[in-house]
Design a protein around this ligand. Sequence first.
Ligand code: SAM
Length: 296
Amino acid sequence: MEMKDIATPSRTKALLNQYGFDFKKSLGQNFLIDVNIIHKIIDASDIDEYTGIIEIGPGMGSLTEQLAKHAQKVLSFEIDQRLIPVLDDTLAPYDNVTIINEDILKADIATYVHQHLAECDKIMVVANLPYYITTPILLNLMQQTLPIDGYVVMMQKEVGERLNAQVGTKAYGSLSIVAQYYTETSKVLTVPKSVFLPPPNVDSIVVKLMKREAPQVQVDNENEFFKLTKAAFSQRRKTINNNYQSLFKEGKKNKALIAEWLESSGIDPKRRGETLSIKEFALLYNNLKKFSELQF
Ligand code: SAM
């Protein structure tokens, strides 16, 4: 008998009953019960039989199953031990899936990728993310030197909008800058609450982030650069001049030096962080070397 897709209300409910599973809100457990949404996610991911997939949070395997049908290999990290026997059962027909029962924020991803996805032509991260840790997951993956080509990921709408925000908009901030430094971002689709069990309290969006061949701008020290950009948004309504007064270690001449640094970089000190492009931030950062007294 042909089994129904896991991403259907009937199969998901049957599995919940069979395993006596109750959702843990604290782990962001909202399972997809609409296979059409999953097909759209997969279409956007350009997966072929030579593609390796990293998935975060397979749940009962709704997305994992469809990924296994299209990709060469799927490497999937699930923190909830109660889901491991469920996944052993639902994914038994697929021999190209490896489930790792670990916290994605603590796992040694580089080693697992090397062990399981080394022979794949390209590697995509495809996931319906646990929303409570969307930002740390993505920052952690982007900032490690992992052989990841891109991401097609579902998350809370507001976070997706921040990743994809253009300079000068309300959603633009330090998260937009980190994401767009490493990747080219685009929106794939917005997703109604009704396709999840249980429905989440927030709206959802699928975002695509494709790794750039080289970062958008050149900076010596990425962490320092991101610290500098972040500080420009510490109080969004304040000017960069004001926000930067509190970034640098106290010094008698700081006020004048900060003004000189901004002006010699061609940036009006009265501008707000949200009006500065990544290129302008890079200009500021690179020009800071001439002002050795300004330390943070
Ligand atoms: N992929 C499934 C689906 O779409 O039906 C489930 C998605 S659900 C939004 C998020 C999943 O991430 C849950 O299965 C949850 O247990 C898992 N999860 C939560 N925190 C995690 C972490 N730190 N590391 C790995 N998985 C995690």
